[in-house]
Design a protein around this ligand. Structure first.
Ligand SMILES: [Zn+2]
Length: 156
């Protein structure tokens, strides 16, 4: 890592800490040449293979734009979407893979989106899981209802 002050080609790590979300490591570095101190952030690379075969870095923005349409008219804020995208990234990184396809991203979105807004979840799932009949919707809704009846006693 080059020193940003004098461009010296080496630096010494003087402190490392993991970020609160556990997704990156911040390192405090010092240049042995000029003594300048700077911070770097390291994140494991995570790539998405698009349907076209093109690989691009995972982006929370892309997750958000992918679900925004399903959330139209729903009481979902930009902050909710940001948290959802963070949860998706955490879930994906926890699996330990370094690359995945857009379909796997879609599947990773389903859980957090379901917690956020069930109508948006149904809209999104109907596209991602290619619902092609009323029965598919019915099965998904039955699932949601079953979870409600399990969760309610625990909530109160
Ligand atoms: Zn330096």
């Amino acid at each position: 890592m080059h020193c940003p002050f004098c461009r010296h080609s080496d630096s010494r790590v003087i402190d490392s800490r993991t970020s609160d979300d556990g997704l990156s490591i911040r390192r405090r570095r010092q240049c042995p040449e000029c003594g300048g101190r700077f911070t770097t952030t390291e994140t494991a690379s995570l790539n998405v293979i698009k349907r076209s075969g093109v690989m691009e870095p995972f982006s929370r923005e892309k997750v958000i734009s992918g679900v925004r349409k399903a959330c139209q008219g729903r009481p979902v804020t930009e902050a909710d979407l940001a948290i959802l995208a963070q949860r998706v990234e955490e879930a994906v990184r926890q699996t330990g893979v370094s690359q995945l396809d857009t379909n796997e991203i879609g599947l990773a979105i389903l859980g957090p989106l379901r917690d956020l807004d069930e109508v948006a979840f149904l809209r999104f799932a109907s596209v991602y899981q290619a619902f092609d009949s009323l029965e598919d919707f019915e099965a998904a809704i039955t699932d949601l209802r079953a979870d409600h009846s399990e969760q309610e006693p625990a909530d109160r």
